[in-house]
Design a protein around this ligand. Structure first.
Ligand code: ATP
Ligand code: MG
Ligand code: MG
Length: 374
């Protein structure tokens, strides 16, 4: 999606990802031979250095990269890196990220360091209460790295699932809604701009639906969510878009769950629903171009993730056929070569002139999802 945005501005993209069928590679236009692909891993320092030789600015679409080599590249002034490697380092360790946010006065719920022993789990239960969430500090996504400990007898099971990774524990947050705000930060951070607050609905720890804009009983919630998100992003360095995931409580208070230093699933709706998409603004920010408006250009939108239910690509194609019949619906398939249960294969965004229209258009798609209705 970033490559698609870049092609509209004649910006050449060089991508680093594994394999001839890497999704971004499929977007690179053959009419522009200077576009290139480096076949390798974003955690391989040699490949990252090779990429740096070919680019004017480096950016990331995932935080699980080798941030040490990015820091070296920045220090050696080979090329600029956005967001700054120091930011990526803070974010890629969730315990460091939460500690950073707390030390800057950003609202986060209680959390403590733990080690991989049953005694440490018991200590966490005493200190945080039950249930609590055991989380992997690093390499987490789609909830793979989280274990909800509801009862202390589950301590061994939790350690069996996650015990080989660096861990910390978080207090359980009884939120009424999950919300998110995408924030765009310029290089100096003198100008921050946020997209509307949205409601995100997760299923099995994976983002399922995003409703934009956020609707709530208290009219000030969306604005407060933007303020919380902006104040958190202000504490980080470097340019680009940041996805700020938050919990909304019954009493109206807001906690930050985590921050993504990149375009984010909760911002996919911006492609069809906002004046400037999160990808356009990410590029503009890292290239020091004027930022575009973050305002919605339609009254209502919803994003639905297409998540594999099995290895069957047929189910994805069948869902797509239905989606193509829905007015206001845009399909994005990611070109992943294999389908797997729980894998994000694409998404659709539906726009409409009201929430009622959008929800009516969404209904048949929920039924058509891979694996049946939800
Ligand atoms: P991703 O990066 O794909 O968003 P992740 O693996 O980093 O996911 P989290 O965002 O930490 O995982 O958690 C996944 C989901 O689990 C959250 O969106 C939320 O629904 C739930 N969750 C996480 N932390 C808590 C908490 N402290 N209390 C209650 N629910 C939580
Ligand atoms: Mg995460
Ligand atoms: Mg998350």
């Amino acid at each position: 999606m970033l490559a698609a945005s870049a092609s509209l501005l004649n910006v050449n993209i060089v991508i680093l990802d594994v394999g001839e069928t890497a999704p971004a590679k499929q977007v690179l236009s053959p009419r522009n031979p200077s576009l290139a692909h480096i076949d390798g891993s974003f955690s391989d320092p040699v490949k990252i250095r090779e990429l740096a030789q070919k680019a004017d600015v480096l950016t990331v679409e995932i935080e699980h990269v080798d941030a040490n080599v990015l820091e070296e590249i920045e220090n050696e002034q080979i090329v600029s890196v956005h967001p700054r490697p120091s930011t990526i380092k803070i974010i890629q360790d969730k315990f460091v990220q939460k500690s950073h946010l707390r030390s800057h006065g950003c609202p986060v719920s209680e959390f403590i360091p733990v080690d991989s022993t049953v005694e440490s789990m018991q200590q966490a239960a005493r200190s945080l209460g039950l249930p609590f969430i055991l989380k992997s500090r690093t390499l987490a996504y789609d909830g793979r790295g989280n274990f909800v400990v509801r009862n202390i007898d589950q301590a061994e099971e939790a350690l069996k699932a996650l015990g080989d990774r660096p861990l910390y524990a978080e207090k359980w947050v009884p939120f009424i809604k999950e919300i998110a705000v995408m924030v765009v930060r310029t290089i100096q951070g003198e100008e921050l701009s946020s997209y509307p607050a949205v409601e995100t609905i997760h299923k099995d720890n994976i983002c399922h639906l995003v409703f934009a804009p956020l609707r709530s009983r208290e009219p000030g919630v969306a604005f407060r969510a933007q303020q919380v998100a902006e104040s958190a992003v202000k504490t980080l360095e470097g340019a680009g878009v940041f996805g700020v995931e938050m919990f909304l409580m019954e009493d109206g208070s807001i906690y930050i769950n985590e921050i993504a230093p990149r375009p984010h699933n909760s911002g996919h709706y911006t492609i069809e629903a906002c004046e400037t998409s999160q990808y356009d603004n990410h590029l503009r920010a890292i290239l020091s171009l004027p930022l575009g408006s973050t305002t919605m250009k339609v009254p209502s939108a919803v994003m639905l993730n297409i998540i594999g239910a099995s290895s069957s690509m047929e189910e994805i194609h069948s869902f797509t056929s239905t989606a193509l019949t829905i007015p206001g619906c845009t399909v994005h398939l990611y070109g992943k070569s294999e389908c797997r249960k729980g894998r994000k294969m694409g998404h659709v965004t539906i726009v409409g002139d009201s929430d009622a229209t959008v929800r009516a258009r969404l209904r048949p798609l929920l039924v058509a999802l891979p694996g049946g209705s939800s």
